[in-house]
Design a protein around this ligand. Structure first.
Ligand code: DGL
Length: 271
């Protein structure tokens, strides 16, 4: 057994959707979350900038005695995972491989849609991973730059005309291609599940990245014999790089529960 915490990071607070999945799937584990709220959004940035930012995020988390890292951020997972893994001697779980595995497992005809940030779509990481596992699959991608700001402004509920109009415009080309599975490749998109499934209809299975990485972490910890004591209830600590005011309100949107934890601000440029 290993009581050391798991480090989780994201460009901001959207990664709390992954924390939610982790708490459900691995309730005994202690978590340390870092949200780079001073530099969000990551989704429009270059590969070089993303690697520099994510190296600092990892260095901050490694200032604690952690046993593994989960990259909740789709954009970091698609652009920087290989470098971060090569540079660090602890397991680092990104969202791409576990999500692709799941998408291929549930897809009936191998016609897979991907929605994500512009940087993630540009990276081609999902497509490469899906094709490596199943060369005959067909992948159709759409960058959805308006989803993150709309979700952060509370426009994610079923019946909201703004999000429904934007989502229909993004999804229609994928629906026209006859997708049977849709990968939600960004931290914020699980909140759009109702809106997206209404538009896609019952024949398209949605696969959420955060949830699949939690299952992947569970498998990794089991293989390392590094699970925390299952009779314990895990703790969570939260750090951000910008002001902490307003954290609770936005955090509870992504966690889908009220947050009563203390959040601390750190200077990410020191790492
Ligand atoms: N966390 C990012 C992702 O999952 C979305 C927000 C951003 O662009 O920073 O790709």
């Amino acid at each position: 057994m290993d009581p050391r915490p798991i480090g989780v990071f994201d460009s901001g607070l959207g990664g709390l959707t992954a924390v939610r999945a982790l708490r459900r799937i691995l309730p005994e584990e202690n978590l340390i979350y870092f949200g780079d709220t001073a530099r969000v959004p990551y989704g429009s940035r270059s590969r070089e900038t993303l690697l520099r930012y994510s190296r600092q995020d990892v260095r901050f988390l490694r200032s604690f005695d952690i046993k593994a890292i989960v990259i909740a951020c789709g954009t970091v997972s698609t652009t920087s995972l290989a470098s971060l893994c090569a540079e660090n001697d602890l397991p680092i779980i990104g969202v791409v491989a576990p999500t692709c595995q799941r998408a291929l497992a549930v897809s009936r005809e191998g016609r897979i849609g991907l929605i994500a940030t512009p940087a993630s779509v540009r990276s081609g990481a999902y497509e490469a991973c899906l094709k490596a596992q199943e060369p005959s699959c067909a992948v159709f991608s759409a960058a959805c730059p308006l989803f993150v700001p709309l979700v952060e402004n509370g426009r994610y509920r079923r019946g909201d005309i703004v999000i429904e109009t934007v989502a229909r415009e993004y999804l229609q080309p994928l629906i026209d291609q006859g997708i049977d599975t849709l990968i939600l490749g960004c931290t914020h998109y699980p909140l759009l599940t109702d809106v997206l499934s209404d538009i896609c209809g019952p024949d398209v299975t949605l696969v959420s990245a955060g949830e699949e990485s939690a299952f992947a972490l569970k498998r990794t910890l089991r293989a390392m014999d590094a699970r925390a004591d299952p009779s314990q209830s895990g703790s969570a600590e939260f750090f951000v790089s910008d002001r902490t005011e307003g954290f609770e309100a936005l955090a509870s949107v992504f966690l889908e529960e009220d947050l009563h934890h203390v959040v601390r601000q750190i200077d990410i440029d020191r790492y």
